[in-house]
Design a protein around this ligand. Structure first.
Ligand SMILES: Nc1nc2c(ncn2[C@@H]2O[C@H](COP(=O)(O)OP(=O)(O)OP(=O)(O)O)[C@@H](O)[C@H]2O)c(=O)[nH]1
Ligand SMILES: [K+]
Ligand SMILES: [Mg+2]
Length: 354
């Protein structure tokens, strides 16, 4: 075997071991169990950050729930839910204990915190604007270690296990960050000798392992720099220009409305109004669902028994975006305009909030 091949083989092994290391073990405690907080409202947003960055202060400012805030670290020891009411949606905001480096390996309550974060629809990474940039990378590493991939989409790879037939390997793009040999070595390492693989994106070796493991969570995230009252305007300006970033001061009430607006945007909520035939829809009481919701979700949003009796719905689109809505509101079997099920007839009025 040539040196290059040997290096490739070792690299593949390393990537596999790294992934194994990061899998939860019984010993590192409470793997996969988060805090026991009932989900409520239309979406859940989790606050993640090092101690004393101002998570609890934000919860108390943005919701009607008070969460104890103090100058000492680890003031908050459990998950505290509050509700943000905005544009007719009820968004659950979860205050969580601060995490420390090594949280993903079981230090502090880190594991519980990150497990709870996994149940959210959006993560707010809260940072102290007066501290070094390093904090952001460290937090990202902790989340990465428990399989949370921030602001990334699932790699475009089709992976199918089989019982016989060996490995078929296909790509539709040129691979520049990994190659067939590395991938075959990884497959052998996982004792996968029969499978179909179709790679449609220029992925890395680690991303391929993510696909194999299959339990990775791809989550949207906003970076929130708090305490901008304590830094210079130039520094504020620099932070504010970073991608997916909002700068705030909880203490001075700076930019909090804008943060809530950005949260709403990131959640991609769609508002749906119900409407009786011949009557105007009730615009005060929408059903809020995540983009990608199905008609069945709409039914469940109205009443649990409705989906079983649902026959068809007529859909009104207020501002004309029929194509968008047809995409975001998948239907069962039929087109978005005309959905037939069993018995009842009723109407939906859909509105896209833009
Ligand atoms: N200067 C400044 N201080 C703030 C701001 N927001 C919060 N603080 C202070 O930061 C300290 C920590 O706030 P907390 O809300 O307890 O922080 P936390 O992130 O919940 O902390 P833990 O629960 O311990 O992880 C308190 O002394 C707050 O008064 C802000 O916008 N500016
Ligand atoms: K604190
Ligand atoms: Mg707190």
């Amino acid at each position: 075997m040539g040196i290059i091949e040997k290096i490739k083989e070792i690299e593949a092994k390393l990537a596999r071991y790294r992934a194994q290391l990061l899998e939860p073990t019984a010993k590192s405690g409470g793997a996969g169990t988060g805090f026991d907080v009932q989900k409520s409202g239309d979406a859940r947003v989790a606050l993640i950050g090092f101690p004393s960055v101002g998570k609890s202060t934000l919860l108390s400012k943005a919701t009607h729930t008070a969460s104890e805030a103090a100058a000492y670290e680890f003031t908050t020891l459990t998950a505290i839910p509050g509700v943000i009411e905005y544009k007719g949606a009820r968004i659950q905001l979860l205050d969580l204990p601060g995490i420390v480096e090594g949280a993903s390996q079981g230090r502090g309550r880190g594991r519980q915190v990150v497990s709870t974060a996994k149940t959210a629809d959006l993560i707010l990474i809260m940072l102290d604007a007066t501290k070094s940039e390093e904090q952001k990378r460290l937090l990202e590493l902790e989340l990465d270690a428990v399989g949370i991939r921030l602001n990334k989409t699932k790699p475009d790879v089709v992976f199918k296990r089989k019982t016989t037939g060996g490995i078929t390997f296909n790509t539709t793009v040129k691979l520049t960050k990994t190659d067939e040999k590395t991938i075959r070595t990884i497959l052998a390492g996982y004792k996968l000798h029969n499978c179909d693989i179709m790679i449609r994106e220029d992925i890395t070796t680690d991303e391929f392992i993510d696909v194999l493991i299959g339990t990775r969570k791809y989550m949207p995230c906003l970076y929130v720099y708090n305490k901008i009252d304590s830094i210079s305007l130039e520094q504020v300006d620099k932070l504010a220009h970073e991608p997916k970033t909002v700068v705030i001061s909880c203490e001075m009430d700076l930019n909090l409305d804008y943060l809530i607006d950005r949260i709403w945007d990131e959640l991609s909520l769609v508002k749906i109004y119900t409407k009786k035939r011949g009557a105007q829809p009730d615009l005060s009481d929408p059903i809020c669902l995540r983009k990608g919701a199905t008609i069945e979700d709409v039914c469940n949003g109205i009443h649990r028994s409705l989906a079983a009796n649902f026959r068809y719905g007529l859909i009104w689109v207020k501002y004309g975006y029929l194509a968008n809505l047809a995409n975001s509101l998948h239907t069962h079997r039929r087109s978005a305009y005309h959905i037939k099920y069993k018995t009842k007839t009723w109407c939906l009025s859909l509105q896209n909030d833009c």
